[in-house]
Design a protein. Structure first.
Length: 762
């Protein structure tokens, strides 16, 4: 008998049916994680293991024949490496990340590799031997061991089970029988804390540049008076649980380069020999020093040798003579070292399979850079620092409070960035960054994440070229050097020389052909009360809500940064906000900054069930759609969507969620954020119109559409740097679907784009 197994779901059903069991259900089987909580030091190994376990809910023995488990994690903090079922209680006939009809495991290498793509979701399946069952009792049954790699430090990232994804994907436990679904509680989570590895050789070096500098001092001062998880732990020199004068003295005593940091020293011939040596000792034995604190497993590929063929041409050998770059290219494309250094290996290409040494490295023979040569990349590294001018509250006018936050930008690329101001040079008025600030609120029940405030734009000038980002290559005032930082205090970010958002195309496609930048000068003056005009404004009624949490987002817009590097220009931070209507008290940072992330990630961090999808328009502008579907417990489901326009100049004026006519929709709502201070159409002198989008049912589903009030150009489009919310309840559960975003400026590109989401099933 030959069976064509078309999918994971069909395979389970077929095997269970063949077993033919019809045993009655006595108790459910819960799915848990073990350990439920663990702390990992980022630099001590890279493996995090979590056991997926099954447990009888009432302690009685339950026979099972199959398990599907949909795993969810944050790919920003954890990378899924695979699963190891060798330590499982039973010997499964089938175990792994299999093909599935919903493509949850799309891109996953099939067994025996079992290495999924790092997208945050995967479904793991086990089946018993034909004719057999596995007993689950009061003791935890290990189903498999899930393996992750830590990518960065975090106080808490969560691995959890998802009840369902798509049409067929479902977390479930099959008892002895085709209809015998005995899935119990699947709400368990595994918390993982990844803390900074505290260097033994250079314990005061927090940012890993092997020297103690102002950056490390700033971190210590931010930890003053207590020890929080992460980097603060490393600075507690006397281990008394408090960062104080003794720890400051230790840091100041270690000021400057760390001495004697050994690393991996590989044989120059690339044959795999390796010792942990100081750089000078490595040179003396003719080895290749891979850098301080590197480990021997990082040694070069044996085909990467100074005696091999030329790096920049198809040389007919395996590998090439540019040792460091050769190793990186071969990691991306093993063919280059295993078979032949061909035209794809020699490039030029981008940082993908076949990437070349000349594209990946700034100079031949030097360690490879993170970007192709000539790349500018600006990231927000601090919000609400320095401590003496972190936040500035300006008071309340009517029901509007206003404040500003300090921000620091880092040039993490490999080319200086322009930071010019009007009058530096002829025609350079637009060649400097712009700083936008936003305020978000997470509801007490965690169901709603809304943008509740925005600022005008601070126009940057005269880069300070600070060393708080690491190794700074200092330049003049008109540019931000490689590895350098530029800080704007809260007072400067809330100063009166702020410009409206309406003038700015965030992708740098200027409407003025003679202007190479993204906006024009002189700046338009704001309208309204001077106390709050142009600053980050929020309604006092949106503050002081019991149980709510607040987040500040800083977003830089640059004119000389490649479009593909502009999607990491926002960072966010959790803050405490004074309650309205008085708006008195301090604004304080809570937790640490999340660099290169939009504020929507705060919602996902709070609730791992939140999904964030990204989609780019024809010009390269990006939208993020964040969504969560929850069971109301009364036969209805709540559908919540937050649509963020990060930097799409095409913007949006329609949002469509598929919903068949048979589905009953209730509690349909829309939420936006107010423009202010005259940030609207120039002819009217007012703000962009704030009329809510209207919701209607049509053949395509539920459609929220921008109302054209007066001038189309002044209507309430979803413009760059803003987030609008859409929500409703439905009487059917979710299924995989595509949402449609219609462009506001549709004459400049395609009329619409689509993005993956969940929508009501028929």
């Amino acid at each position: 008998m030959t069976c064509n197994i078309l999918s994971r779901a069909v395979a389970i059903a077929a095997v269970v049916a063949l077993l033919g069991f019809c045993a009655p259900v006595v108790a459910d089987v819960d799915l848990l994680f073990d350990p439920a909580s663990q702390t990992i030091s980022l630099d001590i190994g890279d493996l995090i293991e979590i056991n997926l376990v099954a447990h009888s809910s009432d302690g009685t023995e339950q026979p099972i024949v199959a398990i599907d488990a949909i795993l969810n994690w944050d790919p920003g903090f954890l990378e899924l490496l695979g699963a190891d079922a060798s330590g499982a209680g039973p010997s499964w006939s089938v175990a792994g990340f299999l093909n599935d009809p919903d493509d949850i495991n799309q891109g996953i290498d099939q067994p025996p590799l079992d290495v999924p793509a790092n997208d945050g979701n995967a479904i793991y399946t086990v089946l018993v031997e034909p004719g057999m069952t596995v007993s689950v009792g009061p003791n935890d049954l290990v189903v498999t061991t899930i393996q992750f790699r830590a990518l960065q430090t975090t106080q808490a990232t969560v691995v959890s089970y998802l009840p369902a994804v798509g049409i067929y994907g479902e977390t479930r436990v099959f008892g002895a029988g085709i209809q015998n679904n005995i899935t119990g509680d699947i709400s368990a989570t595994a918390f993982v804390e990844v803390v900074q590895f505290c260097s033994v050789v250079c314990p005061t070096d927090i940012n890993g540049n092997f020297e103690t500098t102002a950056f490390d001092l700033a971190v210590l001062l931010g930890c003053w008076g207590g020890v929080m998880p992460g980097t603060c732990v490393c600075l507690d020199a006397d281990h008394n649980g408090d960062i104080g004068a003794f720890d400051l003295a230790v840091l100041l005593g270690a000021w400057g380069p760390c001495s004697g940091v050994p690393g991996a020293c590989c044989n120059a011939d690339g044959m795999g020999g390796c010792q942990i040596l100081l750089e000078g000792d490595c040179d003396a034995v003719g080895g290749v020093f891979l850098g301080p604190a590197t480990q021997c497993e990082d040694c070069l590929h044996e085909a990467c040798s100074p005696d091999a063929g030329d790096c920049s041409t198809a040389n007919g050998t395996a590998g090439c003579d540019d040792v460091a770059c050769c190793d990186l290219v071969c990691d991306l494309d093993p063919f280059c070292c295993d078979v032949e250094w061909d035209e794809l290996c020699a490039g030029p290409n981008t940082r993908v399979l076949g990437a070349s040494c000349t594209e990946l490295c700034t100079e031949p023979g030097q360690p490879c850079d993170a970007f192709p040569p000539g790349t500018i990349d600006i990231a927000v590294s601090r919000i609400g620092q320095p401590a003496d001018n972190s936040y500035e509250a300006y008071g309340v006018v009517g029901d509007i409070a206003a404040f500003s936050a300090a921000t620091t930008a880092c040039n993490i690329g490999n080319t200086v960035a322009e930071w010019l101001w009007t009058g530096n040079e002829e025609g350079t008025s637009s060649r400097h960054p712009l700083i936008a600030q936003n305020l978000y609120r997470l509801s007490a029940d965690g169901r709603r994440f809304e943008m509740i405030g925005m600022s005008w734009l601070k126009h940057a000038f005269c880069a300070l070229n600070e060393g708080t980002c690491g190794s700074c290559q200092v330049t003049g005032c008109a540019t931000l050097g490689i590895g350098c930082a530029d800080t704007y205090t809260a007072t400067r970010n809330g100063s009166t020389n702020l410009g409206p958002r309406r003038d700015v195309n965030p992708l740098g496609f200027s409407s003025q052909p003679d202007d190479p930048g993204t906006h024009s000068h002189p700046l338009a003056g704001p309208s309204g009360a001077p106390t709050i005009a142009a600053r980050l404004q929020v309604h006092t009624t949106d503050l002081g809500i019991p149980g709510a949490e607040y987040f500040v987002e800083a977003h830089y817009v640059t004119h000389d940064e490649p479009v593909e590097r502009r999607h990491n220009n926002a960072s966010w931070l959790k803050v405490s906000m004074p309650p309205g209507p008085e708006f008195t008290g301090d604004i304080l940072n809570i937790d640490t900054i999340r660099m290169e992330e939009v504020a929507l990630k705060a919602w996902q961090e709070s609730d791992p069930g939140v999904v964030i999808e990204s989609v780019d328009d024809e010009q390269g502008g990006r939208f993020h759609l964040s969504y969560r579907v929850t069971d109301n417990g009364d036969g209805t489901w709540h559908y919540e969507y937050a649509l963020h326009n990060m930097n799409s100049h095409l913007a949006a004026n329609n949002f469509v969620i598929p919903a068949p006519d048979s589905v009953l929709l209730t509690n349909i709502e829309f939420h936006d954020v107010d423009y202010h201070s005259g940030d609207g159409d120039l002819d009217s002198g007012g703000n962009f119109d704030g009329t809510d989008w209207t919701a209607t049912r049509g053949s395509a589903g539920i459609v929220w559409a921008m109302e054209v009030v007066g001038d189309y150009n002044n209507s309430n489009a979803l413009r760059w740097g803003t987030t609008y919310n859409f929500r409703f309840d439905a009487n059917t559960p979710p299924q995989a679907a595509e949402a449609e975003i219609t462009h506001y400026r549709s004459t400049e590109g395609p009329a619409s784009i689509t993005v993956q989401t969940l929508a009501p099933a028929p």
